[in-house]
Design a binder for this molecule. Structure first.
Ligand code: NHR
Ligand code: GAR
Length: 226
């Protein structure tokens, strides 16, 4: 009846967000079970990390399929073998088709490295620097067919500094990803988060438990000496 929720995590690379979720499970701050970790790339670094922690891993190589639909179906079958309550995209780099998204409606979430709806798609940090925005961040959202446009669950903001390059900005955002993703998954695991009529409904504190990182506020400049 009230069994602990199980997760399947989809990755394509390093898997640091996956690691932050596994760490939260270990620490007892995320009451869920990670049933499996799936990757579309056999060389994803996160696979070794997961395996070392005793989590079952599977690879579904997108290059082995004739089209996206066939890949989506194979991925869905691999996921369903674990019968998860929630499917968590964590640095997963393949766009998923409508059929896949419908199949997991309301139980498929993603973390995106920008403050959506700004900078959907790829290379978000580079584009934020090119655009000259002063505030950047990350967004956890329910996945819908419209890429990076699903209902927002939680966001964290960070300042963009004059000295930033792509790497320094990405690192600042990533530190916040590692905070907010376990938080969002925890809300789901505790039955406090759901998708309803195209909105993310959250039964959780929305101030202290929320995720607005105070942007850098510069000290007042010294008075002009004339
Ligand atoms: N699928 C749907 N339907 N909706 C979303 O919101 C999705 C999604 C699949 C992945 C993650 C997303 C991100 O957070 C995500 C959200 C991959 C691409 C992409 O262009 C874009 C956005 C995201 C993930 N992928 C290329 C493709 O052709 C491949 C790029 C590569 O392999 O490096 O699939 O940013
Ligand atoms: C993270 O910044 C994640 O938000 C982003 O890729 C990085 C993956 O890092 N996701 C996307 O860009 C999805 N298209 P990780 O593998 O260490 O979690």
């Amino acid at each position: 009846m009230n069994a602990m929720k199980s997760l399947v995590i989809l990755i394509s690379g390093r898997g640091s967000n996956m690691e932050s979720l596994l760490a939260a499970v270990s620490a007892g701050t995320l009451p869920a079970r990670v049933a499996g970790v799936l990757s579309n790339r056999a060389d994803a670094g996160g696979l070794a990390t997961a395996a070392a922690l005793g989590v079952p891993t599977r690879v579904v190589d997108h290059r082995a399929f004739a089209d996206r639909e066939a890949f989506d179906l194979a991925m869905a079958e691999a996921i369903d073998a674990f019968a998860p309550d929630l499917v968590v995209l964590a640095g997963f780099m393949r766009i998923l088709g409508d059929g896949f998204v419908q199949r997991y409606a309301g139980r498929l979430i993603n973390i995106h490295p920008s403050l959506l709806p700004a900078f959907p798609g790829l290379h978000t940090h580079r584009r934020a620097l090119e655009e000259g925005v002063r505030i950047h961040g990350c967004t956890v959202h329910f996945v819908t067919p419209a890429l990076d446009h699903g209902p927002v669950i939680v966001q964290a903001a960070v300042p963009v500094l004059d000295a930033d390059d792509e790497a320094s900005l990405a690192a600042r955002v990533l530190a916040q990803e590692h905070r907010v993703y376990p938080l969002a998954v925890r809300w789901f695991a505790e039955n406090r988060l759901r998708l309803k009529e195209g909105r993310a409904l959250l039964d959780a504190p929305q101030d202290a438990g929320g995720a607005l990182i105070a942007p850098f506020v510069p000290p007042a400049p010294p008075p002009l000496s004339t």
